[in-house]
Design a binder for this molecule. Structure first.
Ligand SMILES: NC(=O)c1ccc[n+]([C@@H]2O[C@H](COP(=O)([O-])OP(=O)(O)OC[C@H]3O[C@@H](n4cnc5c(N)ncnc54)[C@H](OP(=O)(O)O)[C@@H]3O)[C@@H](O)[C@H]2O)c1
Length: 238
């Protein structure tokens, strides 16, 4: 399987790349980012399956980027302005980065595919509090002044899922809604109402789902823990 990871330099993407390098079902990894992703040393035999590609326009792909989508089987999209960085990016830019970049990617996965009979899989990483309508806005978003941001992420979820449905099976889309992602050495934050998940578990869950197919079109934090832990236990006993 050839996997494109959108947002190659991020916290989650780094773990995805590390686990995908060890996963025999994934034979080619394209790490797509605005900067080069750290590539393992050439001494590591798995390093040959990773290609780091710089993308300088996430709304209109260059020919080399388009080429990578032609034979891709799946894409995991991690790019977004995260809540911590919201104050550093103008709102219009936040919408473009967190919504339009993702919809461009799912369209590319569909439109550029060379073997139309084979379905592609697309995962959009969203968050626990991302309502798909104003009526669903939880109190927690109101308390943190994040209503518009949460709705933007929820709107993107809906667009990604609708795109999959309209493609009539050509692209299968899935939205994942983790809570706070914890990793060794990373300060553990507590936000009332937000569940936690460990970084190795979420990465294992996302890779399991692109390889084996989506259990549901929307996966909650508890789904991701269950799938990730099952996948990691399988690796240990394999
Ligand atoms: N971390 C968590 O606890 C958590 C919890 C729930 C949901 N999530 C969601 O999971 C996803 C991944 O999170 P993360 O923690 O890995 O985020 P992250 O470390 O901030 O990584 C985000 C990625 O997006 C890229 N990016 C940001 N702005 C960009 C732009 N203008 N153009 C191109 N690329 C851009 C970053 O590239 P640079 O490295 O070049 O900046 C980076 O590769 C996000 O959607 C996030 O909202 C995360």
């Amino acid at each position: 399987m050839k996997l494109v990871i959108g947002g190659s330099t991020g916290f989650v993407a780094a773990e995805l790349i590390s686990q995908a390098l060890k996963n025999p079902a994934i034979t080619s990894i394209v790490a797509l980012g605005r900067r080069m992703a750290p590539v393992p040393s050439e001494a590591d035999p798995a390093a040959a399956k990773l290609k780091s590609i710089i993308c300088d326009n996430f709304e209109r792909y260059s020919d080399p980027v388009k080429k990578e989508f032609e034979d891709a089987d799946a894409c995991i999209w991690t790019i977004a302005v995260t809540p911590m960085k919201l104050n550093t990016v103008p709102w219009e830019e936040t919408c473009k980065i967190s919504r339009d970049y993702a919809t461009t990617a799912i369209q590319a996965l569909h439109a550029l595919r060379q073997t139309p009979d084979k379905p592609r899989r697309f995962i959009y990483m969203s968050g626990h509090f991302a309502p798909r309508s104003r009526a669903e806005v939880p109190e927690e978003l109101q308390n943190h002044g994040l209503i518009d941001y949460g709705l933007l992420r929820g709107e993107t979820e809906a667009l990604v899922l609708a795109y999959g449905e309209q493609s009539q099976g050509a692209v299968q889309s899935c939205v994942v809604k983790p809570g706070l992602i914890d990793a060794p050495g990373k300060e553990k934050r507590e936000i009332p109402g937000l569940p936690h998940i460990d970084l190795p578990d979420i990465a294992a869950a996302l890779l399991d789902q692109v390889v084996h197919g989506f259990e549901e079109d929307t996966l909650s934090n508890s789904d991701l823990i269950r799938i990730g832990q099952r996948a990691r236990a399988g690796e240990l006993t394999a």
